[in-house]
Structure formats: structure tokens, C-alpha cells
Write a protein that binds this ligand. Structure first.
Ligand SMILES: Nc1ncnc2c1ncn2[C@@H]1O[C@H](COP(=O)(O)OP(=O)(O)OP(=O)(O)O)[C@@H](O)[C@H]1O
Length: 264
């Protein structure tokens, strides 16, 4: 779990009216689901909005072993005594903060038992172990994300869970916005960022055919960061784009061909 307390506003380049939607959802106590591919800005968006609203943010990277107890809390032995330690959801509820469950579909099924009463009009969290029933204060907000591209039959959000959340689809931004994001994050000059973003557009057109998923904005920032550090173009693209995207020699060669098309 990661608790963000920094007062600085993390940079987030909006691509639509998502900031308004987040704020309205927060003001009305409604939970929000962010859908979209990896590395397209979902986490940054939540960090930005939590800082803007001045709320503590509890981020949980969900995985297939994550259970309800990991979110709610458990009794732990401390110095010979058994003490109750709140989990991230409980802390966010008590403090009226924002809880962000990243890749929520990965979590174990018992997590939905926790989420349902928190995401409908009850807005309650039952802590069976301590017998407490917490009513979430108005400023508490639950945000979850998932990547529909990775979904399989076993890992799908049930309609009864999905339909408790407002939802927004995220995607990679248009070229102009992505150039602004990569420039701001890496400090590489826009004239050198533009061909990287063009390359990304071509690679994304390959996804679904040869690639599981298109290149993320995050990887473009990595490539640009290596270039700012003085690394040559080819080495930077190999390490930040070609190798992370595929292990298949044929696919890697297609990616190198695309690089030659763009950079000549
Ligand atoms: N719109 C944006 N504004 C500012 N930075 C962005 C934006 N989109 C992407 N980024 C940059 O890309 C990086 C990756 O984005 P982020 O971590 O938010 O991805 P994500 O969608 O949460 O991915 P994952 O699902 O893998 O966690 C961020 O650290 C940030 O540097």
C-alpha cells in the first residue's frame, strides 16, 4: 500500500472533462471506475485529483492474493500484545480520504463483499473482527481501475459490482497532448518527442495483431528520459520500447522496421 501525503499537485494533462467528473463524483459520494490500458495516466489522474481536493490517498495495487482482510485490517502481534491494525480501506474511510484500488479485477472474490456496501447508498464498512460498522464520511471516495485489454472470463467484474460505479474510459491521448505529457515528464525537447509519439501511433495500430497491447505513454517517457541522459536513439528505443513490448524476434524486427520508417 502506498499512502500519498505530498501537498504538491502532481502534473496531470487532462484529455477531456474527467477532472469535472471526478470532482462531481466526489462531491456526491459516488464511486468511480477508470478503465484503460496500462501506463495511460489513470494513477496519475487519481494522484492529481486527490491532491487538488486536499484528501489523503490510499493506493492499493491489487493482485490475485489480495483478500478482504488486506483491505480492512487484521490483528497483529506487537511486543507481545495483539493489536488491531487498520487496512488501507478502513483508514481511508476513517479519515474521509480517497482509496484507489488499482487493477481491482485481480483481487480475490471476497473483496466484493467489502466493496458492495461501501459503493451503494449504505456507504458502510463492516469490520467483522472488531464488530465495528463504519459509515463513510461525505469526503470518502472509492476509485478503482482495470484494464479491459487483459480481461478474461475468469477475471471480469460482475455487473452487480460494475453497476455500482460511475465509469470513464481512458486511452492514449491525442498526439499533441502526448507530446506535452512526454515533454513535461522527461524534459526532452518537443521536436525530439514528436517522432517518438508518431512511432507510438504506428505501434498502437499493430496492437491486437502482433502485440498484446500498444506502447504506453509511460514507455515513451522512459525512452525520452534515456535520450535526455545522453543515450543514443537506437539504444534508448531498444531498452524502453522494443524489449518491453515483446520477446518475439519477429515482432521485435517489425518494431525496428517501424523505427526505420519514422527516423529514416
Ligand atoms: N495525462 C497525463 N498527464 C500527466 N502524466 C501522464 C499522463 N498520462 C500518462 N502520464 C505519465 O505516464 C506515467 C504512467 O501513467 P500512470 O502510472 O498513471 O498509468 P496507469 O494508467 O495508472 O497504468 P497502470 O494501469 O499500469 O497502473 C505517469 O507516471 C506519468 O508520468
Amino acid at each position: 500500500m502506498n499512502i500519498a501525503t505530498t501537498p504538491k499537485l502532481p502534473f496531470y494533462q487532462a484529455t477531456g472533462r474527467e477532472c469535472d467528473l471526478f470532482e462531481t463524483a466526489h462531491d456526491n459520494g459516488l464511486p468511480l471506475l477508470l478503465k484503460g490500458p496500462t501506463g495511460c495516466g489513470k494513477t496519475r489522474f487519481v494522484e492529481h485529483m486527490a491532491a487538488k481536493l486536499g484528501k489523503p490517498l490510499y493506493t492499493v495495487a491489487c493482485h490475485d492474493d489480495l483478500s478482504a482482510a488486506d483491505l480492512i485490517g487484521r490483528y497483529l502481534l506487537k511486543g507481545g500484545e495483539t493489536v488491531w491494525v487498520d487496512g488501507p480501506v478502513t483508514r481511508a474511510v476513517r479519515e474521509g480520504g480517497i482509496c484507489y484500488l488499482d487493477e481491482v479485477v485481480e483481487a480475490r472474490k471476497d473483496v466484493t463483499v467489502v466493496l458492495h456496501p461501501l459503493t451503494d447508498t449504505r456507504r458502510t464498512l463492516m469490520i467483522d473482527r472488531t464488530g465495528e460498522e463504519l459509515v463513510a464520511p461525505a469526503s470518502f471516495m472509492l476509485v478503482a481501475s482495470y484494464n479491459p485489454g487483459y480481461q478474461n472470463v475468469l477475471k471480469r467484474l460482475k455487473p452487480s459490482t460494475r453497476q455500482r460505479f460511475l465509469s470513464i474510459s481512458f486511452d492514449f491521448p491525442d498526439a499533441e497532448t502526448e507530446i506535452a505529457v512526454v515533454t513535461s515528464e522527461s524534459r526532452l525537447e518537443p521536436g525530439r518527442v514528436a517522432p517518438l509519439v508518431r512511432l507510438a501511433g504506428h505501434i498502437r495500430n499493430l496492437s491486437g495483431m502482433d502485440l498484446e497491447e500498444g506502447v504506453s505513454t509511460r514507455l515513451l517517457i522512459y525512452a525520452a528520459t534515456l535520450m535526455v541522459g545522453g543515450m543514443g536513439l537506437n539504444q534508448a528505443l531498444e531498452a524502453a520500447i522494443i524489449e518491453p513490448l515483446s520477446d518475439e524476434p519477429d515482432v521485435q524486427q517489425s518494431l525496428r522496421d517501424l523505427v526505420s520508417t519514422i527516423y529514416g
